[in-house]
Design a binder for this molecule. Structure first.
Ligand code: ADE
Length: 233
């Protein structure tokens, strides 16, 4: 899979060379290419924004700059790219969204700043038969200063779903939001068995796998009831 990310702060995406996403890149399972939007600006001082039609505060990123960037990047893609636009006014990004993206060989993430990108960019790429569609997505009900932090979240979520990226492939299906029962993952423990007077639940040390499975199911349900009752069936 190749993910192209376009931003006016390309350095913001440097953490993608670390940890799991970095390893996925080293092993060739994923390629992340980061581009500076200003390279496609035709304006003095590499400007990429202008005042909003209709008035109001802030600036809007202009369509011609984005159009040149996205067209050139698409030409370097082997398959039709999916255009992802992180925005607080998008559909909420979740685990099923990430799973649905893993089938795409090419994803282009367009990171906005200011008041966002001229809406005709999303409109235009939805109609392009050489693109796999456009998805405007939010990582939650709060407002960031730009799409870069959201892009980091989305790339890491997608990367760990690429076959062969996770060290232990059995750990992904047990994750919260990947569980068949839709519950949060329950409490987990490791050595030592006692820490600051707190004991590991004895059943986990019993070696009785049936009892351990039952305890884990109860722990998942209790945690979900306390923290996310909306997820209970
Ligand atoms: N840009 C600003 N806020 C955002 C959010 N919550 N999700 C995605 N992109 C954003």
């Amino acid at each position: 899979m190749i993910i192209d990310i376009v931003s006016i702060f390309p350095e913001y995406l440097e953490p993608l060379s670390l940890s799991l996403v970095g390893k996925a890149q080293e092993t060739g399972k994923l390629t992340v290419r980061v581009h500076d939007l200003r390279d496609w600006s035709a304006a003095p001082h590499h400007r990429v924004d202008d005042t909003p039609y209709g008035g109001g505060p802030g600036m809007v990123m202009d369509a011609p700059t984005w159009g040149r960037a996205l067209d050139e990047i698409a030409q370097s893609c082997d398959s039709k790219p999916l255009l992802v636009i992180p925005t607080p006014s998008g559909k909420v990004f979740d685990q099923p969204t990430a799973r649905s993206w893993v089938g795409n060989q090419s994803i282009v993430i367009a990171c906005a700043r200011y008041e966002g990108i001229d809406s005709r960019v999303s409109q235009h790429y939805q109609t392009r038969s050489d693109w796999a569609g456009v998805q405007e997505v939010s990582i939650g009900n709060y407002v960031l200063a730009g799409g870069e932090a959201a892009a980091l979240v989305m790339v890491e979520t997608v990367a760990r779903l690429i076959p062969g990226v996770l060290g232990n492939p059995e750990s992904a299906p047990d994750d919260t939001f990947s569980r068949a029962d839709g519950l949060l993952e329950g409490s987990v423990y490791t050595k030592p068995p006692t820490w600051r007077d707190l004991e590991v639940p004895p059943v986990l040390l019993s070696g009785n796998h049936q009892a351990i499975d039952q305890w884990r199911a109860a722990s998942a349900e209790e945690k979900t009831r306390n923290l996310r009752p909306d997820l209970l069936p």
